[in-house]
Design a protein. Structure first.
Length: 168
């Protein structure tokens, strides 16, 4: 296939201009077995691409790169993971909807694995950092605030002074 077929274009139709130059989606398909399962564009023009490997990406023009806004892996130990929603909650934030869309299904139970004592804390902080970036990028201020509060509480509960100073 031509490279053009693997490019994302984001244009301001009313102004006949581009938000950013065409960007390849090929890096999202890191394995020949991965496919794009869905794609959408937020009202602020930010693209969201779901991949068959359980990862969801968005293009961040400030960083000029694709970033993960969620992935199924966080469900393996993050205290902040909410899991799959049984119903579509009206007014549910975009980040929560994305996380619900990639949650492990009932037949994909996570095998019990021996993890170091610090595993859950590290995974939770990484998950919340990703959630804050996603909420900012996807223009969801309420979810950003919720993730920031959870992150602050986790940092305080664990006594991570340097992380708290960095946050402030």
């Amino acid at each position: 296939p031509a490279n053009h077929a693997l490019s994302l274009h984001r244009r301001r139709v009313n102004k006949n201009s581009a938000f950013f130059p065409p960007i390849s989606v090929a890096p999202l398909l890191s394995s020949p077995n991965y496919t794009i399962t869905s794609a959408m564009v937020r009202p602020n023009g930010t693209p969201i691409i779901n991949c068959s490997n359980g990862s969801v990406f968005s293009y961040d023009p400030q960083l000029s790169t694709w970033v993960k806004v969620s992935e199924k892996w966080w469900s393996e130990g993050s205290d902040a993971w909410h899991g799959k929603q049984r119903t579509n909650v009206v007014g549910q934030g975009i980040v929560a909807a994305i996380e619900g869309s990639v949650s492990a299904g009932p037949d994909e139970k996570v095998a019990v694995k021996l993890r170091p004592e610090w595993w859950t804390t590290a995974l939770t902080l990484g998950h919340l950092e990703t959630r804050m970036h996603a909420a900012r990028l996807l223009d969801s201020p309420t979810e950003y605030k919720q993730a920031l509060v959870l992150y602050s509480k986790k940092v305080a509960d664990e006594g991570f002074r340097s992380k708290a100073e960095e946050l402030v």
